[in-house]
Design a protein around this ligand. Structure first.
Ligand code: SF4
Length: 190
């Protein structure tokens, strides 16, 4: 009999939950397609902190670690830079308002880890480009049913992660540095 390690169990949980999220998002998008304002090439939602569970961060890390060396090294270095920038802020509101780009946002405004992106990115379907452009008061212009899905899927992955999670680049930087020291935590905007 083989036993799964806790890491393998979290990766399996992430795979299962993310795949179910994709199925529901596809169905909801078909039903509400006309209301959704997201378009290819628009990345207004990729310039904010991304809250993730440990399982999601490990899923992204495992994707990055399997990339060709040059691509992997470049992304890991961007993650460290993004994490260091975020850790300079002690005020989470000021950090959110700084609109720092996600380290995986490419020059072409696409996602370098699209297949492994976390729940928040999969479920973010905007009802208003203006609200996305402002995004200063913490209100999310999201389709309600997908916001509910996001909370539920995140809760399942929080359980699989024993409650661990924080901002994505900060958590990934810790993982890529070999998990030395306590797991970092930055307060996320509610
Ligand atoms: S992981 Fe991808 S989709 Fe999510 S914020 Fe970063 S670039 Fe955007």
């Amino acid at each position: 009999m083989t036993f799964e390690s806790p890491l393998d169990m979290r990766l399996r949980a992430a795979e299962n939950v993310l795949s179910s999220v994709d199925e529901i998002v596809t169905k909801v998008s078909k039903l509400h397609g006309r209301k959704i304002r997201c378009r290819v090439g628009c990345a207004m939602c990729c310039v904010q902190d991304v809250g993730v569970t440990l399982a999601e961060a490990e899923y992204v890390a495992s994707f990055v670690e399997r990339l060709p060396k040059a691509e992997r090294d470049s992304l890991v270095s961007k993650v460290h830079e993004a994490a260091a920038e975020r850790m300079l802020f002690t005020d989470n509101i000021a950090r959110a308002k700084a609109r720092m780009p996600c380290p995986f946002l490419t020059e072409g405004q696409t996602c370098a880890v699209y297949a492994a992106r976390p729940v928040a990115c999969r479920t973010y379907h905007s009802l208003s480009r203006n609200a996305c452009a402002k995004y200063e008061d913490g209100r999310r212009p999201m389709l309600g049913v997908l916001e509910d899905l996001s909370w539920k899927a995140t809760l399942m992955l929080f359980e699989a992660s024993e409650g661990e999670g924080t901002e994505m680049s900060v958590l990934l930087s810790w993982i890529f540095k070999g998990r030395k020291g306590p797991m970092p935590d930055v307060v996320m905007r509610g």
